[in-house]
Design a protein around this ligand. Structure first.
Ligand code: C5P
Length: 299
């Protein structure tokens, strides 16, 4: 049996709109999602039992971990083809951040098992399986730029985003996604972001149009629950960024720039105030295609 090493990228939402609350309790969304160059490293190898090791003490080291739920899902779906697996998870993506850290690890495990065990599932087939485990996971199977609709699980690839440069601040606390959605009054949203404008910007490879279309209707709900996120967003704008947005349900906030040099100057200005700030950029298709690496297991 071969081993797999997977680079699992984080995401941001360039646009996150909520259309309505559904009868099943979820919210109907329209989101432009974008993979970013901040990643966890996952290693998979055949073992005599399923287990997980990680360098991060905030990750549950048990079968509730999304990465492990991906292992058991694949074993259940493909009996006899997927052996017991040891997952080693090297975390770099902030946890409970609104950057799909758990979802991308889950997707990474599914992609790794697909290749390692020669299952030959298509991206669509993997996305359908992934939707059973969480709304953001199908995007993490595909990407790097996509429109997500439904509860977030219906993915349509979009043209690659021209390279944007990002400065990311993850506050030292997490926020619960169900609470943020639960606190949202979807029928009272007055200003919806223009998802189509963002898509047109992507089609035209027009960075300015993409930046101008950025928006996230969950911001107000998160700000109500955790006013410090609003303080951070205001602080980041005041430091000289024109395009600042919360990612997903938060609490991570990012500033986006068309030019690398602009982002670097801003990053150096912001660093004294937010020492944990991260400077990164968007990921393109070429980079994403190289994320699963197979090699032979030494016994
Ligand atoms: O699908 P996932 O497990 O990631 O969703 C976590 C929670 O976030 C859901 O149980 C629901 O409360 C909320 N949610 C929602 N609408 C969505 C996605 C998530 O209300 N589109």
């Amino acid at each position: 049996m071969r081993q797999a090493k997977i680079t699992a990228y984080a995401k941001i939402n360039l646009v996150l709109d909520v259309l309505r609350k559904r009868e099943d309790g979820y919210h109907e969304v329209a989101m432009v999602m974008q993979a970013v160059d901040l990643s966890d490293t996952i290693r998979l190898k055949e073992a005599d039992r399923n287990w997980i090791t990680t360098n991060n003490r905030h990750i549950p080291m048990n079968m509730n971990n999304l990465a492990m739920r991906a292992v058991t899902l694949m074993q259940r779906e493909f009996p006899g083809k997927v052996p017991k697996i040891e997952v080693s998870l090297e975390k770099h993506i902030p946890v409970s951040a609104g950057m799909a850290g758990g979802s991308t690890d889950c997707a990474g495990v599914m992609l790794g098992i697909n290749k390692m065990c020669n299952l030959d599932l298509t991206r669509k087939e993997l996305e359908l399986l992934a939707a059973q485990l969480g709304s953001d996971i199908p995007f993490c199977i595909g990407g790097p730029t996509a429109l997500a609709t439904g509860r977030g699980e219906i993915i349509e690839p979009l043209p690659d985003c021209p390279e944007l440069h990002l400065v990311i601040v993850k506050p030292p606390f997490g926020i619960s996604t169900p609470k943020v959605y639960g606190n949202l009054r979807a029928d009272e949203i007055v200003e919806h972001p223009d998802v189509q404008a963002c898509i047109r910007g992507l089609e035209a490879k027009d960075k300015q149009r993409i930046l101008d279309a950025m928006g996230n209707v969950l911001e107000e709900s998160t700000f109500e629950l955790q006013p410090k996120v609003k303080t951070i967003k205001n602080g980041m704008s005041a430091c000289g960024a024109k395009h600042v947005l919360m990612s997903g349900s938060g609490p991570t906030v990012f500033a986006a720039f068309a030019e690398k040099a602009e982002a670097e100057v801003y990053y150096n200005q912001l660093k004294p105030q937010y020492p944990g700030a991260i400077l990164t950029r968007t990921v393109n298709k070429e980079q994403l295609e190289e994320r699963v690496d197979l090699y032979d297991q030494r016994t």
